[in-house]
Design a protein around this ligand. Structure first.
Ligand code: UDP
Length: 479
C-alpha cells in the first residue's frame, strides 16, 4: 500500500466569512452532483511545498462536501528524489537531462509505486512529475486520471520533456496553473487552467492576534520593534535566496536597522534543499541581522503566519515559479509583496497596487526600501492585496474549479457546447494566457484567425498577440 496521509476535519461552512456565503452555496450545489464519488490525490510528500499545503486543506473539505476523498504519497529513496528533482528542474528549463540509468531508476520506482497503489476510485489526480508514470504501470482501471502540473513547463528541456511526454499522454486530462505553462505539442486533449489557492482557515492563514504574533517571533529571536523583511520558501535555486541576501545588503545601506528572515521548509522530495541551505548559511554568516529558520528548527504554520503578518514587506524573489502560494499568503495578511515577475506571481501581485513585480536584485532592493519608507502606502497596498486574494485565490474557488472538471470527466454534468473562443471549463469565459475567469462586460477581446479571444488585461492580450500559437490551440477549448 502507498502511504495514506491522515488529515483533520473541516467544515465548508467555516468559509462563509472569508470566501462569502454565495461561494460556499455554489460549491455545495456543485458537490451534491458528485456525492459519494471516490477521489484520490497522489503526490510525493506529505509536507513542505505548496502541493502538500493544498492537499492537507482540500481533502477534509471534499469529505465534508460528501465525496470520498483520499490522499496518498508515493515512496522513494534519496536517489529517486534526486532524479525527480532533475525532472522538475528540466521541465522548468534547466539544461541537465537524465542519464539512461536515471531514467531506468525512475521507471523502476514508478512501477513499484504503481504496484503499491490499491483501492477503487472514480477519479485520480496525480500531482507533478514525481508520480507521473504511475498511470502507465497501473493502468486506468475504472478511473479517469488527471495530471495536475504545478510548475512552469512552458519551455522545458527538450530531452527531459521527450522522456516524460509519453507518460503524460496516458492521461484523460491535464490541469495547469496558467495557459502559458502548457508545453509545446502537448499530447492530452483535455486541458484545464486552474490556479491554486490558499486556505484562509488553516493555522498558517487564520487571524492571529498581533500581540501573540510578536511573542511567537520574539521567542525565536526576532526583534519585533525593528523593521523585518522576509522570504518564506523552500531552499531552491529558482527561489533565489542568495539574491534575497544580496538585495537585503542594498536595503541595509538605506535602512540600517532592517532585519531579514529566510524561512525555508525542507521537503521530503527535495534533496537539493540542503545544498542550497548551506550556501545560504555561508552567505549570511557574518551578519547577525539575517535569521535563517527551517521547519526542522521548529518553524511551523503559526510561526510562518506570524512572520507573514509582522513583516513590513514580504519578498519572493523567484526567477522561475509555479504559482508561489506564499505570495497570496502574505497578501491575505495585508502585507505587501515585492516579487519576481515569474510564473503565477503576476496573477497575484498587481504591480504598483498591492506590491511590486521585479526583475533584478537592484529593483527588489529599491522597491522594498520605498515600501519601508512609506508605511501608510504599504498598508494600503496590503489591504488591496487581501481583497484581490479574497476574490481569486481562496480554497473554495479552487475546489469548485476541480469539481466542475470532475463532474465533466465523469459525465455527471453533461458538457455544454460553447463557442470555440471560450476557453476554460464549460460555459465559462477564461483568459487563455493567465486562466483567469472573465466577465463578458469587462473582458478585452482580440480576433485571431476567425475566433474571438478574451483577456483580463492588456498584458495578457499582448502576450497572446506575440505568440498566439502557444495559447490558441484546440486543447484549450471546451468544445
Ligand atoms: N512553507 C512553510 N514553511 C517554510 C517554507 C514554506 O510552511 O519554511 C510553505 C509556504 O507557506 C507555502 C508552501 O510551503 O504554503 C510553499 O508553496 P509555494 O507555492 O510558494 O512554493 P513551492 O514550494 O510549492 O514551490
Amino acid at each position: 500500500m502507498l502511504e495514506k496521509i491522515d488529515v483533520g476535519r473541516q467544515s465548508i461552512a467555516a468559509y462563509k466569512t472569508s470566501a462569502g456565503p454565495e461561494v460556499v452555496e455554489q460549491l455545495r450545489t456543485l458537490a451534491s452532483a458528485l456525492r459519494g464519488a471516490r477521489i484520490l490525490h497522489i503526490n510525493a510528500t506529505p509536507y513542505g511545498g505548496g502541493v502538500a499545503e493544498i492537499l492537507r486543506s482540500e481533502i477534509p473539505l471534499l469529505r465534508d462536501l460528501g465525496l470520498e476523498a483520499e490522499w496518498q504519497v508515493i515512496t522513494g529513496d534519496e536517489t529517486f528524489f534526486r532524479i525527480t528533482k532533475t525532472i522538475h528542474n528540466g521541465l522548468q528549463g534547466a539544461e541537465r537531462a537524465l542519464t539512461p540509468t536515471e531514467q531506468e531508476v525512475y521507471l523502476a520506482h514508478s512501477m513499484r509505486n504503481a504496484r503499491l497503489l490499491e483501492g477503487d476510485y472514480d477519479l485520480v489526480f496525480v500531482h507533478d512529475p514525481q508520480p507521473l508514470a504511475l498511470l502507465h504501470f497501473h493502468g486506468h482501471g475504472r478511473a479517469k486520471w488527471v495530471w495536475r502540473c504545478h510548475i512552469d513547463t512552458s519551455e522545458p528541456n527538450p530531452e527531459v520533456w521527450g522522456f516524460v511526454r509519453p507518460y503524460v499522454a496516458d492521461y484523460d486530462a491535464a490541469v495547469f496553473t496558467m495557459g502559458s505553462f502548457v508545453p509545446p505539442e502537448f499530447p492530452v486533449q483535455r486541458v484545464e487552467i486552474i490556479p491554486p489557492a490558499i486556505d484562509p482557515e488553516s493555522p498558517k492563514n487564520l487571524e492571529l492576534d498581533l500581540r501573540l504574533a510578536r511573542r511567537v517571533l520574539q521567542w525565536i529571536g526576532v526583534e519585533t520593534e525593528r523593521p523585518l523583511i522576509i522570504q518564506v520558501s523552500r531552499f531552491d535555486p529558482w527561489k533565489d535566496p542568495l539574491g534575497v541576501i544580496a538585495a537585503y545588503r542594498l536595503i541595509k545601506q538605506e535602512v540600517p536597522d532592517v532585519q531579514l528572515a529566510l524561512v525555508g521548509a525542507m521537503a521530503l522530495d527535495d534533496p537539493e534543499g540542503w545544498e542550497i541551505y548551506h550556501q545560504v548559511r555561508d552567505a549570511a554568516r557574518v551578519d547577525p541581522d539575517i535569521h535563517i529558520y527551517t521547519n526542522l528548527t521548529g518553524v511551523s504554520n503559526i510561526e510562518v503566519n506570524a512572520f507573514q503578518r509582522l513583516a513590513r514587506v514580504v519578498i519572493q524573489k523567484s526567477v522561475r515559479e509555479g504559482f508561489g502560494l506564499v505570495v497570496s499568503e502574505a497578501l491575505w495578511k495585508g502585507t505587501p509583496a515585492v516579487a519576481g515577475r515569474a510564473g503565477g506571481i503576476p496573477l497575484q501581485v498587481q504591480d504598483g497596487v498591492s506590491g511590486f513585480l521585479i526583475d533584478s536584485i537592484e529593483e527588489c532592493a529599491d522597491r522594498t526600501v520605498w515600501l519601508l519608507r512609506h508605511p501608510e502606502e504599504a498598508r494600503a497596498f496590503g489591504a488591496r492585496g487581501r481583497e484581490h486574494v479574497r476574490k481569486h485565490f481562496l480554497l473554495p474557488r479552487l475546489i469548485a474549479d476541480e469539481l466542475r472538471l470532475a463532474a465533466d470527466l465523469l459525465g455527471i454534468i453533461p458538457r455544454q457546447v460553447v463557442p470555440a473562443a471560450e476557453v476554460g471549463l464549460p460555459g465559462e469565459l477564461r483568459d487563455p494566457v493567465c486562466g483567469r475567469r472573465l466577465e463578458t462586460e469587462t473582458a478585452m477581446p482580440l480576433d485571431h484567425e476567425g475566433e474571438t479571444y478574451c483577456f483580463c488585461s492588456d498584458a495578457c492580450r499582448e502576450e497572446f498577440r506575440k505568440s498566439p500559437h502557444r495559447f490558441a490551440r484546440p486543447a484549450h477549448r471546451s468544445n
